[in-house]
Design a protein around this ligand. Structure first.
Ligand code: DGJ
Length: 731
């Protein structure tokens, strides 16, 4: 059992991998005692020392040293003494906002039950234990259960919260975070990932000395603007060294993540649903469960943090049957044709794709309704016979005859005003009745807070998926929510619509991914605008960015790999000049950038020269040789492109025998230094053969001495090294 309860001192000690997490009950309040490196046993260290502080209010007037304002807590409330950021808020029928959660008891269970209607991590009785702590606000009857899941072999604690109204009056939850931890130290750096469409996930590291650093999404999705991730680092923490406290939200809607340092050098670390537009009415007897947060601690730097997230997501979150399967190399026609294609053109591209060894053809936007641009047809999922004279089935059969699998683009959450569905059902649009629409990419959003609209989506998408043999689906979402409201719900529930939208989406995904388990689903939101663990639970890969420029991709993929495994990161080789930046890069650099993740192609192969096609064939063959190592090996970042002119990383296969390293030098420099490429994760005393040159290197040499990279007068250059471990006696 990885959860120990010390009855005498009312202390809970969770052990997960190399981590311990400790809480204790103090005068009825659940306090946070420790989160950090694993302890064999928690004794009396870190006891809370009481001190009368000015302006710190007291629940007991006779004891001026006891105040919620200075107590390290696990799920803080507001209004009765703690002025820091609260974890939840509640409104009663009289307009009262005060509650007082008092510890009632606990349950410790083997295993982990699913969260109804929500994506969440999973594990069997031998892999994870669960602690539920029961708390109650006696006056209102609000019961709060804090759920903690300790994974035995991973340094991961997953957390969520269940609210139940056991009283007799309506209660409204005005804030319901999933995680709040009072770390009794300060001086952290806060690491977050920010960006935009075409520029997702830039790394932002800033010191927090006082006050709050907060990031959020209010866009109805997790968003490209801020990723639902935050980590607290010690100032000295690097890739390979130092403490990291990280949290990633298993949710695809609005969120907040915050770090708040108080006057006494404590840091409150929080994550959960965004309270703005995120209320929930609880009638007597009703309950609400928050989404889950995955919490990772390590004392060994950011690379170790990523390793923990990668293994955890592959083993305990992504549940597709493809999670552990080699992924096909795909070609997508979007950048080759946009909306302007004929069946003949598609088949010409597919012909070339088959010739070079590509395995899957994906037909992108423009195949349905009268969709010649973004102004029409979303939600009319019927093939356009002008473009596909033999229908989807006809095209699919012809693609399969060429030995390729067939994939299809869909954007099921959307509706065009110019569509048959809109003409029949204008009420299906997500909007506040009586208010004008706000458009995004010329389209509107379906009201997925409504059960009947979700049923319609399930039915219409099922029809498409059954109309032909479809092996892969790209599930796109190209605008954010506006005018949030629904004529379907009473005024008191209008604050629930954004979350109800996400719940509706999850029900659709749950139904379709269960119904069609053989389809490989890839999630997309104008690229990586909804790259989050919630979507990964249903769909094992995500299109990482619409920006296919290899140089930009170095940063985007580097930062994405902080939390998500390379196998989940869709990366395509596209044409030049690049359509997002106008940049010219060599085919080989484009290839190596894409090979660093889940590689595919997105260019017009019919316009490539014979020479280029030959080079693409060689890339495809090479990726097939190394993809097991890339997709299932361990990933090591060795040079950070956010910090300079270089990007470097290497992969080591699970059995340690295969090693692939990539080197990128962005701009050519006069008086350039000779660069060294140093590897990580090798066996110090092992020997490795360079499969290009036949040279043998010691693991220690590759890791500590490094290999010299020859100078080339060329921008955007790259190298790839492929080593195989050899026996000392074999050379
Ligand atoms: C946005 C996606 O990210 C692109 O790859 C492409 O599928 C377009 N949508 C199609 O509209």
């Amino acid at each position: 059992m990885s959860i120990v309860y010390d009855k005498e001192n009312q202390v809970f000690h969770l052990q997960a991998g190399d981590t311990s997490y400790v809480m204790g009950v103090v005068r009825g309040y659940l306090t946070h005692l420790y989160w950090g490196k694993r302890l064999n046993r928690y004794g009396a260290s870190r006891r809370i020392i009481w001190k009368d502080r000015g302006f710190a209010p007291n629940p007991d007037d006779l004891d001026r040293a006891f105040s919620l304002d200075t107590l390290p807590q696990e799920y803080p409330q507001t209004g009765n003494g703690d002025y820091r950021n609260c974890a939840y808020g509640m409104l009663d029928e009289q307009g009262g906002r005060i509650s007082n959660l008092i510890y009632q008891g606990y349950e410790i269970l083997h295993g982990k039950e699913p969260l109804s209607g929500l994506p969440a991590s999973f594990g069997n009785d031998d892999e994870v234990d669960t602690l539920k702590i029961h708390m109650l606000d006696e006056l209102s009857g609000l019961k709060v259960e804090l759920w903690y899941h300790a994974f035995h072999n991973q340094s991961v604690i997953a957390r969520s919260v269940r609210f139940v109204n056991t009283g007799e009056e309506n209660l409204t939850l005005t804030k319901m975070l999933s995680m709040s931890v009072d770390i009794r130290e300060a001086g952290f750096d806060v690491l977050t990932l920010y960006g935009a469409h075409n520029n997702e996930r830039n790394m932002d590291r800033r010191r927090i000395t006082s006050g709050t650093v907060q990031i959020e999404s209010l866009r109805g999705t997790s968003s490209p603007q801020q990723a639902p991730f935050m980590a607290l680092l010690r100032p000295e923490t690097t890739e390979d060294f130092g403490e990291v406290y990280a949290a990633n939200f298993v949710y695809s809607g609005n969120f907040i993540a915050a770090a708040q340092t108080d006057a006494f050098e404590n840091t409150r670390f929080q994550m959960g649903m965004n309270p703005w537009n995120g209320q929930w009415l609880l009638e007597p007897g009703q309950e609400f469960h928050t989404p889950e947060v995955v919490m990772v601690y390590t004392s060994e730097g950011l690379n170790e943090m990523s390793k923990i997230f990668h293994n955890f997501y592959q083993d305990h979150l992504i549940r597709s049957q493809y999670t552990k399967k080699i992924r096909p190399i795909l070609i997508n026609n979007w950048e080759a044709t946009y909306f302007d294609f004929t069946e003949e053109k598609i088949l010409e591209i597919a012909d070339k794709a088959a010739q070079v060894g590509i395995e899957l053809f994906v037909l992108d936007d423009g195949w349905f309704g009268k969709r010649d641009d973004t102004t029409s047809s979303l939600s009319d999922w019927i093939e356009d016979r002008r473009k596909l004279p033999d229908g989807l089935k006809g095209l699919e059969e012809k693609i399969h005859e060429k030995g390729l699998q067939f994939g299809l683009w869909l954007e099921p959450e959307m509706i065009s005003e110019n569509s048959d569905l809109y003409r029949r059902h204008p009420d299906y649009v997500l909007h506040t009745p009586g208010r004008p629409y706000t458009y995004g990419r010329g389209q509107l959003v379906l009201d997925l807070s409504r059960e009947d609209v979700c049923d319609y989506v399930i039915e219409s998408i099922s029809k498409v998926l059954e109309s032909a043999q479809i092996d892969y689906v790209k599930w796109d979402m190209n605008r954010h929510l506006t005018d949030v409201g629904s004529g379907f719900y009473p005024a008191a529930r209008q604050g629930e619509i954004t979350h109800r939208y996400v719940l509706g989406l999850y029900r659709i995904l749950e139904t379709l991914t269960n119904k069609y388990p053989d389809i490989l689903f890839e999630s997309c939101s104008s690229g990586g605008g909804r790259f989050d663990p919630g979507m990964l639970y249903y769909m094992p890969q995500t299109w990482c960015s619409d920006n296919t420029d290899a140089v930009c991709r170095l940063k985007i993929q580097y930062a994405t790999s902080l939390t998500y495994p390379p196998i989940t990161i869709g990366a395509h080789v596209s044409g030049c000049p690049n359509q997002q930046t106008g940049r010219e890069t060599s085919l080989s650099t484009r290839g190596f950038a894409a090979m660093s993740a889940n590689m595919g192609y997105e260019l017009d192969l019919t316009k490539c020269s014979e020479e280029e096609l030959e080079q693409i064939k060689q890339q495809v063959d090479f990726y097939k040789e190394i993809r097991e190592t890339i997709q299932f090996g361990t990933f090591y970042r060795t040079k950070n492109p956010f910090e300079g002119n270089l990007a470097q990383w290497n992969f080591v296969s699970k059995d340690g025998k295969d090693v692939v390293g990539f080197y990128f030098e962005i701009l050519s420099r006069p008086a350039a230094p000779i660069q060294l490429m140093k590897f990580k994760g090798l066996e110090r005393d092992g020997y490795y053969k360079d499969l290009n040159t036949g040279k043998i290197y010691g693991g220690d040499e590759l890791m500590y001495s490094g290999i010299s990279i020859p100078i080339h007068k060329q921008d955007f250059r790259s190298e790839c090294y492929h080593f195989r471990k050899v026996n000392e006696n074999s050379f």
